[in-house]
Design a protein around this ligand. Structure first.
Ligand SMILES: *Cc1c(COP(=O)(O)O)cnc(C)c1O
Length: 376
């Protein structure tokens, strides 16, 4: 069986270093908010090219806490609207609802599957205060266009970079485009911890200080509480493991790109629509980090079944659009045809730093032998 993502073998590759990192923390006697966190925060800020990195407990908290901090700073209020792509993972939208703000879903561009700046501009009302673009599947949203749009309308931009560690446009990385960005280090993400972890990156000093207080009960100084904060901390063991794994991120991304190129060059079956190798303009140099390699197919269920019969595990990111989720019943009366089409057709092929090129070739070959069984 060719598995979708082999996490065990990914972590086996740096097993000794991970054990050494955990041992160092165990022996230090210091488990929360110490030098491992500081070290990781400064390396990850440097990696993204930002002034600050603030470690938190997970990716959802990273997004929730930025919006919360903007409320504390008086930039946002309950009832304000935030634009978010209609085909994103639910966590992006939850971060808005959790803060009592209103998510306004915006249809993606069918070529890139990322939020469409033109649709975003059309969705702006007098209540719109921010845009939350999601760099879905590892491809940066059209940040030059979105930042220009935000500037024209005086909007804040919070990037959801949970799937795009290291992706860039013209050399500027995910996490360094917006006013702030949320990252997840969930084990299956491109940079994954051995448990839950997340971070915010920003170049804004005041936001960074507010986040450092909010993640720690709202305390900016021991036993003094400025805000009704939360407990959302990135612990020393996870930080130490992340520092190990960060060293291998670029190498692993290169491998993901090899696999993606192999799929793109080898899959010739015309019933399978491959992701575009899109640049937004000839001047832009975009680099995708292939968190997942998604294809679109009219008969997605049959394709998934065919691959399974060939010993290939695939996943669907995501089977149900957010506005059809019972949790978002109040969005159910809206129609998002592009998003609905994507959710019906999308399929993710095996992808990851430990997937061999031989296995990837077998996946591509199996895609090529797929035939649509019934033509109406
Ligand atoms: C994984 C993910 C999140 C949430 O991250 P967690 O660490 O699981 O809380 C948010 N947004 C997107 C797009 C994600 O893929």
């Amino acid at each position: 069986m060719i598995s979708f993502l082999d996490l065990k073998s990914i972590n086996q590759a740096c097993r000794e270093e991970l054990i050494e990192a955990c041992t160092r923390v165990i022996d230090s006697g210091w488990y929360i908010g110490g030098s491992e966190l500081q070290q990781f925060e400064s390396s990850y800020a440097e990696y993204c090219g930002t002034k600050h990195c603030i470690g938190v407990a997970n990716g959802l908290d990273a997004l929730v806490l930025v919006i919360r901090a903007w409320k504390e700073l008086g930039y946002l209020s309950e009832g304000d609207e935030i634009l978010v792509p209609s085909n994103t993972y639910i966590a992006s939208i939850l971060a808005i609802s959790e803060n009592g703000l209103t998510p306004v879903l915006v249809e993606p561009d069918l070529a890139t599957l990322n939020i469409c700046p033109i649709n975003a501009e059309k969705a702006i009302t007098s209540k719109t205060k921010a845009i939350l673009p999601v760099h879905l599947y590892g491809r940066l949203a059209d940040m030059p266009a979105l930042m220009a749009l935000a500037e024209r309308h005086g909007l804040l931009v919070l990037e959801d970079s949970a799937q795009s560690h290291g992706a860039s446009i013209d050399g500027k990385k995910a996490g360094n485009w917006g006013h702030a960005s949320g990252f997840s280090f969930y084990p299956g993400k491109n940079l994954g911890a051995l448990g839950d972890a997340g971070a915010v990156t920003t170049n804004d000093d005041l936001l960074a200080a507010t986040l450092r207080a909010l993640r720690n009960y709202g305390s900016h100084e021991k036993y003094k509480n400025l805000y009704l904060g939360v407990n959302s901390r990135l612990d020393e063991i996870q930080a130490a493991c992340l520092s190990v794994k960060l060293k291998y991120l670029d190498e692993q991304t290169s491998h993901r790109r090899l696999i993606a190129n192999l799929y793109t060059n080898t899959i010739t079956n015309t019933v399978i629509k491959l992701p575009v190798n899109a640049c937004f303009s000839p001047l832009q140099n975009t680099s995708h980090v292939w968190h997942v390699y998604t294809v679109l197919c009219d008969d997605r269920e049959a394709l998934q079944q065919h691959l399974l019969e060939n010993g290939i595990q695939t996943l669907i990111h995501y089977p149900i659009p957010p506005h059809f989720q019972p949790a978002y019943i109040d969005l159910a009366h809206y129609s998002y045809p592009i998003s609905e089409k994507i959710h019906k057709q999308i399929l993710s092929l095996p992808m990851g730093p430990s997937l061999s090129l031989t296995d990837a070739e077998a996946v591509a070959h199996a895609c090529n032998t797929f035939v649509v069984r019934q033509i109406q």
